[in-house]
Design a protein around this ligand. Structure first.
Ligand code: MF3
Ligand code: CO
Length: 284
């Protein structure tokens, strides 16, 4: 029986000589590289994959059960029950004092909506459900935006483009390119469609902790930022606004983030692993 803290590296990740050579050369060139603890070992990856599987099954379960007339508190109960039934823990619960097991963000709520019994899903709503799972100490994270009943074409298009932004971000996240490439590609697609990108929240390293280095911006410039290296696991989770990008945080609960102009916002989040020849989607 092995006994050690999950976060402590015993065996460093082993890469092909080509990868090691490349890392050494880039280091000499002064390129910003992720610290070694952000490159996952095979053992860590096995745990992260198990966690990710539960997280994806949970979003499928929500997909099958979410409906008009339901309160956001009912979604919270589903998330808690499903996660604990799988011997896992919702990572949101009590994270920095967050009171519930899931974030449910409706229409003009950008993110971090707190479930409650008074908030009811209505026909025409777009609802982001953001779930995060801890399994055997390993973290996973993803979100989807669900359509409730008959949603107006303009809101449907927002949800669709937000998903495309996430997918373009994933396609751009290739080894030996830069984090700024991801942001630039997402920003271009959002703005080309007449939408804006929220800048105050970003994707993040995830796996050994909930929110790790690096920050993954959803806007920015090609060829800038940290080098993307095989072994990294991080999220891409653009929040796309129909109107202006400005947001505010609810003063009372200090969590709920809303658009300043009251127009809707949509989000899709995936967690990916950078591999030697591309990437692998871990959650969606
Ligand atoms: N799940 C969010 C993310 O995508 C984080 C939510 S933190 C919480 O990173 F405390 F609000 F739950
Ligand atoms: Co996240």
């Amino acid at each position: 029986m092995k006994k050690w803290n999950k976060g402590v590296r015993i065996t460093p990740p082993t890469y092909s000589d080509a990868v090691e050579e490349k890392l050494q050369q880039l280091k000499k060139d002064g390129v910003r590289l992720p610290s070694r603890h952000l490159l996952r070992t095979d053992e860590q990856l096995a745990g992260i994959r198990e966690s990710a599987k539960i997280n994806t099954a949970l979003l499928d379960y929500i997909n099958a059960n979410i409906r008009e007339g339901m309160s956001t508190a009912e979604i919270d109960h589903m998330v808690y029950a499903f996660t604990t039934d799988h011997d896992a823990i919702p990572a949101d619960f009590l994270y920095e004092g967050y009171p519930k097991s899931v974030c449910v963000s409706i229409n003009d709520v950008v993110c971090h909506g707190i479930p409650n019994t008074k908030e009811i899903l209505c026909n025409g709503d777009i609802v982001n459900v953001d779930v995060s799972t801890i399994y055997k100490g390993y973290f996973s994270d993803a979100s989807r935006t669900y359509l409730i009943g008959e949603v107006s074409p303009d809101k449907q298009r927002l949800v669709q483009v937000a998903k495309e932004c996430r997918d373009i971000g994933i396609a751009t996240a290739q080894p030996w390119t830069r984090l700024g490439d991801i942001g630039a590609a997402i920003q271009e697609h959002a703005e080309k469609n007449g939408y804006s990108v929220v800048r105050e929240f970003c994707g993040h390293g995830v796996g050994i902790k909930f929110h790790e280095e690096p920050d993954v911006m959803h806007y920015g410039k090609k060829g800038t930022g940290m080098m993307i290296v095989p072994g990294m696991t991080f999220t891409i989770e653009p929040m796309i606004n129909m109107g202006k990008r400005d947001i505010f945080i609810d003063e009372e609960d200090e969590w709920t983030v809303c658009t300043e102009d009251g127009l809707p916002s949509a989000q899709w989040e995936s967690m990916i692993l950078i591999t030697e020849n591309g990437n692998e989607i871990l959650t969606e």
